[in-house]
Design a protein around this ligand. Structure first.
Ligand code: NAD
Length: 423
């Protein structure tokens, strides 16, 4: 097994690779399997021409990386952001493979992204960009091939365009090609809240394990999008006290706690900046919110937020990663040394892909479940997965992150051994 390379701290792909290597080493993974699982199956780069509203022709760069189809079709979101890179999409696609294996759902891993700033594009431009990207990928996507979903900068509407474009090329209605769709088009009840709900279920389990009471437990959440705002809302309803919130425009800290539905109304209905929320408490940068006193810290925005330089400032007892890759490899050791109970991203935010799996199942059956059924099944998957990761960590004397990777790699490697290599 190669020596673990120290990753360049802000390179998410190297961060993912370093954790994979530690876990593979602990598992004693055979050399051949190690080599196979380390690299993605396929990487596609696209140059996407789009006619802009002003009459100019613009070319955007997009990617789709299929990391693994060993346990099932590729699965993973599409990200629209200015700083998308191939390395980032590669890392995110590998995380999807491990995440689907941690929660034991029959998918591999994939991810896509387009370098663009969706806030600066009109609805028409976004639609044309999404459709051309999907059309270029139409041979690679499909319910049995690769199934996209929303991620940062994309939403239900984007998924509706993906579905429609694919269906036009396939010459048949194919709603199972994409998840995170509007309910009217075959989306699942409960999908919108699923990632936030999964975060809450993991935190509930951590509370029980650590003998803490959730009532009045102080929670800070960075990121107020799909994951962060819905985690905040669900957790407040369940009795947690949300004392810190942040989005890209800045953060707010209020020891008295936020009335989350009012903040959601302010940000999403009134379209006002989160940081200007009336009576919102102390203003600070979105990064600084992470370092305020609290019991549970939930980074739910972007990568590389907790680093070797700042990890010592985290004051939480529990760190539950709603975002993918918010903590760097270098920061892990600092967080461990502080005795912070970590719920790693590939477990903490797996509620989203779990309900995406339910959506795919419902679409293929043409039979749709009640929201309570979706939530009950999600609870079941998340609780079982949490228990399995924690048991693995205790058994192998590793932290929860390495345990989650070990569990996942073991499952993918077993499936690969059963399939054998077609050569
Ligand atoms: P989103 O686009 O809905 O929201 C992102 C939020 O993060 C916004 O509030 C934005 O203002 C904030 N943000 C962006 N850049 C920031 C910065 N530099 N500092 C502070 N805040 C910043 O995205 P989302 O779907 O909520 O995804 C958030 C994270 O969760 C991503 O890492 C994503 O990969 C991960 N994730 C999402 C899902 C899902 O179902 N949506 C599932 C699993 C993982």
């Amino acid at each position: 097994m190669p020596q673990t390379l120290v990753p360049e701290e802000m390179n998410v792909y190297q961060n993912a690779e370093a954790r994979f290597e530690v876990a593979a080493d602990k598992l004693g993974l055979e050399q051949g399997l190690y080599r196979y699982l380390k690299y993605p199956d396929k990487e596609i780069t696209l140059y996407i021409p789009v006619g802009m509203d002003n009459g100019q022709l613009e070319v955007f760069i997009g990617y789709r990386v299929l990391h693994s189809t060993v346990r099932g079709p590729g699965k993973g979101g599409i990200r629209f952001a200015p700083d998308v890179s191939l390395d980032e999409v590669r890392a995110l696609s590998a995380w999807m493979t491990w995440k689907c294996a941690v929660v034991d759902i029959p998918f591999g891993g994939a991810k896509g992204g387009i370098i663009c700033d969706p806030r600066k594009l009109s609805r028409g431009e976004l639609e044309r960009l999404t459709r051309r990207y999907t059309a270029e990928l139409s041979d690679w996507l499909g319910p049995e091939r690769d199934v996209p979903a929303p991620d940062v900068g994309t939403n239900e509407q984007t998924m509706a365009w993906v579905m429609d474009t694919y269906a036009m090329h396939a010459r048949q209605a194919t709603n199972a090609v994409v998840t995170g769709k509007p309910i009217e088009l075959g989306g699942s009840r409960g999908r919108r809240e699923a990632t936030g709900r999964g975060v809450m279920i993991c935190v509930d389990k951590a509370m029980a394990k650590l003998g803490m009471k959730k009532e009045s437990t102080r929670v800070i959440i960075q990121g107020f999008g799909n994951v962060g705002s819905l985690a905040a809302d669900l957790m407040q309803k369940a009795g947690y006290k949300i004392i810190g919130l942040a989005d890209i425009g800045g953060g707010l800290y209020n020891e008295k706690g936020f009335d989350v539905p009012k903040v959601i109304e302010w940000v999403y209905t009134q379209k006002k900046p989160l940081q200007e929320f009336p009576g919102g408490g102390v203003k600070m940068s979105s990064r600084d919110v992470l370092f305020q006193p609290c019991d549970v810290l939930i980074p739910a925005a972007i990568e590389n937020q907790i680093t070797e330089q700042n990890a010592h400032k985290v004051q939480a007892r529990v760190l539950c990663e709603g975002a993918n890759g918010p903590t760097t490899w270098q920061a892990d050791a600092v967080i461990d040394a502080k005795g912070i109970f970590t719920i790693p991203d590939i477990l903490g935010n797996a509620g989203g892909v779990t309900v995406s799996y339910f959506e795919w199942v419902q679409d293929r059956q043409g039979f749709f479940w009640r929201e309570s059924e979706v939530n009950e099944r999600l609870l079941d998957v998340m609780e079982r997965s949490f228990d399995e990761v924690v048991r693995y960590a205790e058994l192998h004397r590793v932290n929860n992150r390495i345990a989650a990777y070990m569990l996942a790699i073991d499952r993918v490697a077993s499936a690969l051994k059963l399939r054998g290599i077609y050569a």
